[in-house]
Every structure is written in structure tokens, then in C-alpha cells.
Design a protein around this ligand. Structure first.
Ligand code: GLC
Length: 462
């Protein structure tokens, strides 16, 4: 009897705590919703947390442009904006590529499985690039001429199915965070930057609304520069709408980037977004504000390589891994880009690279995910990450005389080489030195784990 009573009482207590926990999360999410929609503001540290820990995302540039093998959007001739070096495809040819876009091999599930296998925590998919083609069946009307497709979207292609739906559903199924890339610049919309730009402004805001309404949770909105004057847009309304629809979303720093006359003050801070986006280069060490390097796995002499470029070179697995390591030790995230073929396949050598990265990360991921860059700022030699009282040195290129690091306030109590072999680590008031036999060094990254006497708090300043 007594036992039954205790059991019942125990259940009651547990139920009460579950109820309380439910109430507080509900409250927290309501708070966020109110805060960000009424007074649009960048994400809090807490809202950024998953992204900070994630470190690695997959960027996918795709569309009818892949049929031409020329750079997406930039390959179209006679554009209204500069940058002549990529132009290869006559505009009338480029603008009708969608009629042949039929990626029958496309398998969103396989792509997302691959992203997972690679160790990516999020994906960012092109919904509309500067060429104006929508990868989902948008309801917004672009052309009114009878010989042009009213919506210029995937619904006008032989394929017809909604690519954004497939990506969103598969990403959600595989537990990947979902990001939409959206280019505000639009080189085929007839009303883009015409008169006061009102028609185009309404068009693109309505498109953003579609993308944030119909696909469940969207975690990231990745804009790609704007053109014209601040007065030709209603960016504050845009942000209000974004936060109303997706209160936890993160927005990069390109929603208004490129516009003239952006007012200073709170609006300026708002449009600076949640993180910086150095492109085709690894960002410098920056521990305060968040940043993400976007880089193509295909290297092209003209600096492109975002979309499928048969004339490009696929970087080696070592290069890809070292780009990831250099980025994370600089306290940034890496958004690594692939440009799938028009059939819907990803180049086999790029698939191999992604799998190889995943294999490496399954052994050493702990030294990157969930860490922060520092306490030592990296250099040609490599860099460091830390978590609590543990520091990981990532040595990519050994200096002749061994590694010499400046002094740090924290005391090293033990060291261990994670990649095998042994190293001599010495700490004095002058700094830290690390030596290792050349035959024992890892060809990609020698990882040395240092256990410190206390939590790492002192970060070297650039
Ligand atoms: C640049 C390019 C664009 C690419 C983007 C990715 O803005 O214009 O083609 O999508 O970088 O960061």
C-alpha cells in the first residue's frame, strides 16, 4: 500500500515538473516572437548558439544555369550590372535554359544524407539567384508578355516539382537546419530598380513571405546583396515580416548590403544581421561577432565556381579539411559550396570529398564542433580551438624550429596527441613550445589536446 502511494506521489511530482518546463518554454518562445516582430533585432547569443556550435554547412548553387556550364547568373550576357569577365551565354539563350531543366536524377534525400555524412549541420539552398529564376512554384508574377513564362519558376520547367519543398522536407527529416539563399538583386525582373522600385520591392517581399510560410521551420535567411538606394526598399518592414513568420531565424549581413544611404543607428545594426560573410577566402580571426566563410569546392580562375563549372578544379580533400580547420580556429563557420550537375547529381569527386570530411570529423569532430576559436590566434602553422578547460592545437604546417606560442595566463597540466605519436610541450613564462618528430606529424592536421588547470577565458587579441 505504502509503495503504491509513493509511486503515485512520485508520478505526480514528475508530472508537475514536466508541466512547469512546458510552461516556461512556451513563455520563452512567446517572448521571442513579441520581441523580434515588434522591434526587429538581431538574434541573441542564445538564439545563435546552435549556429555557433555547428561550424559546418553545405551551400548548394543550382538551377537551369547548370545546363550551360557557365557561372550562374554572371554567365548571362548583357546584364544591367557590371562584372563582365564571366559573360558567355547570350541572354536569350540563358533565359530559355529552364525549358530543358529536367533533373530526373535529383534525390533530395540522398543530398541531405550526404550532407549529414559529411558532418554538415545545416544546408543553404539557392531559391532564386541574380538571374531571377525561382526554384519553387512562386505565385508572384514576373512577366506579362505572352511569349514569356508568367512566373519564371520550376513550375515552367519540364521537371515541374517544387525543389525547395523537396530540400526542406529532406533537411527536416535528416535533422539538418535549413537555410534559404535569396538574391535581392534580380537581373531579369522588368520592374527591378525601375522608377521608385515599388513593384519589384513588393514582388520580392511577397516571395520571401512564400519561402518563410510554406516550408516549416526555416533557420537561416541568406541574402546576397542589394542594389540601388535605401529609399527604393522597405527593409524594416521586411525584417518585421521575417521575424513574425520565423521568430528564431538567423539572417546574414547581406539583406541591404550594397544599398546607398543606409541610415545609421538601430536600423544599421539590424541590416548588419547576425553574422559576417567573407567570400572565397577564410575570414580573419574574430572572436566577438560571428562570421561564416563561404567557399566553393570547385576552384575557377575567374573566382566563380558556385554553380556547376566543368572547367573548374575540384579542391582536394586535404584542402577542404584545412579550409574547415582554419575557419573554425579563426572562430568562424564554413559554408562549403557544391554546384550539382543539371541532372541532379553531385560530381563523384565532390561526393568523395564530402564523405572524407565526414570520416575525419567522426574521429576528430569533438575538437571543432561546440568549441570556440582561440585562445591562440592562428597563423600559417594552423590555429587553436577550446572548450571549457581543454585546448586543441591544430597544426597544419609545422614551423622548422617547432611551434612557439606566446604566453597565456592558463597553466597546462597535461597534453596528448590526438592524431597519434607523442609531442614535447613546454610551458614557461616566455610562452609554450611544441616539438614533434617529423615522421609522427599528421599530413593533414596534428591535433594536440591540452588540459588546462582552469577554464579558458583569456583570448589572444588580434
Ligand atoms: C557572390 C556572387 C554569387 C554567389 C555569392 C555567394 O555574391 O555574386 O554568384 O552566389 O557570392 O556568396
Amino acid at each position: 500500500m505504502r509503495f503504491k502511494f509513493l509511486l503515485f506521489f512520485g508520478f505526480l511530482v514528475i508530472w508537475f515538473f514536466i508541466y512547469l518546463a512546458g510552461l516556461s518554454t512556451l513563455h520563452a518562445s512567446l517572448d521571442e516572437r513579441e520581441d523580434r516582430a515588434t522591434e526587429p533585432q538581431p538574434a541573441s547569443e542564445q538564439q545563435m548558439r546552435w549556429w555557433r556550435d555547428a561550424k559546418f554547412g553545405l551551400f548548394i548553387h543550382w538551377g537551369p544555369a547548370s545546363l550551360s556550364g557557365a557561372e550562374i547568373s554572371w554567365g548571362r550576357m548583357d546584364r544591367i550590372e557590371g562584372g563582365q569577365e564571366h559573360q558567355r551565354v547570350p541572354a536569350d539563350v540563358y533565359d530559355t535554359l529552364y525549358k530543358q531543366f529536367n533533373p530526373v536524377q535529383f534525390d533530395a534525400d540522398a543530398w541531405m544524407r550526404l550532407a549529414k555524412e559529411a558532418g554538415c549541420q545545416y544546408v543553404v539552398f539557392i531559391t532564386k539567384h541574380h538571374d531571377g529564376f525561382s526554384m519553387w512554384p512562386t505565385k508572384q508574377v514576373r512577366f506579362t508578355e505572352p511569349d514569356k513564362p508568367a512566373h519564371y519558376s520550376i513550375a515552367d520547367s519540364p521537371y515541374q516539382r517544387d525543389l525547395c519543398r523537396a530540400i526542406a522536407d529532406a533537411a527536416h527529416r535528416h535533422g539538418l537546419k535549413l537555410g534559404w539563399y535569396y538574391s535581392t538583386r534580380d537581373w531579369t525582373h522588368p520592374a527591378y530598380l525601375q522608377d521608385d522600385n515599388q513593384v519589384y520591392n513588393a514582388y520580392y517581399e511577397a516571395q520571401i513571405k512564400e519561402l518563410l510560410t510554406a516550408y516549416g521551420t526555416v533557420d537561416i535567411l541568406w541574402f546576397d546583396h542589394a542594389f540601388g538606394d535605401w529609399s527604393q526598399y522597405t527593409i524594416e518592414n521586411l525584417f518585421k515580416m521575417i521575424y513574425e513568420l520565423q521568430p528564431r531565424i538567423l539572417v546574414n549581413n547581406r539583406a541591404a548590403r550594397g544599398l546607398k544611404n543606409i541610415p545609421s543607428g538601430p536600423v544599421h545594426k539590424l541590416v548588419e544581421g547576425d553574422y559576417d560573410t567573407p567570400e572565397q577566402r577564410i575570414g580573419a580571426f574574430q572572436h566577438g561577432r560571428a562570421w561564416e566563410t563561404c567557399i566553393t569546392m570547385t576552384e575557377c580562375p575567374d573566382g566563380g565556381g558556385w554553380s556547376y563549372r566543368p572547367d573548374g578544379r575540384t579542391r582536394s580533400l586535404k584542402e577542404c579539411l584545412q579550409i574547415l580547420i582554419r575557419t573554425v580556429t579563426g572562430d568562424g563557420n564554413l559554408l562549403l559550396n557544391v554546384g550539382p550537375l543539371p541532372t541532379g547529381e553531385i560530381l563523384p569527386e565532390q561526393v568523395e570529398n564530402l564523405k572524407g570530411m565526414g570520416q575525419w570529423l567522426s574521429r576528430y569532430g569533438e575538437t571543432l564542433y561546440g568549441t570556440r576559436g582561440g585562445p591562440w590566434i592562428g597563423g600559417t602553422w594552423g590555429g587553436s580551438t577550446y572548450k571549457d578547460d581543454t585546448v586543441y592545437l591544430h597544426i597544419l604546417e609545422w614551423p622548422e624550429e617547432g611551434l612557439v606560442l606566446p604566453p597565456t595566463g592558463a597553466t597546462i597540466i597535461s597534453s596528448q596527441v590526438r592524431t597519434g605519436g607523442s609531442a614535447q610541450v613546454n610551458q614557461t613564462t616566455d610562452g609554450v613550445t611544441v616539438h614533434m618528430e617529423s615522421g609522427e606529424r599528421d599530413p593533414i592536421d596534428t591535433i594536440i589536446e591540452l588540459t588546462m588547470q582552469s577554464l579558458v577565458t583569456e583570448i589572444q587579441q588580434p
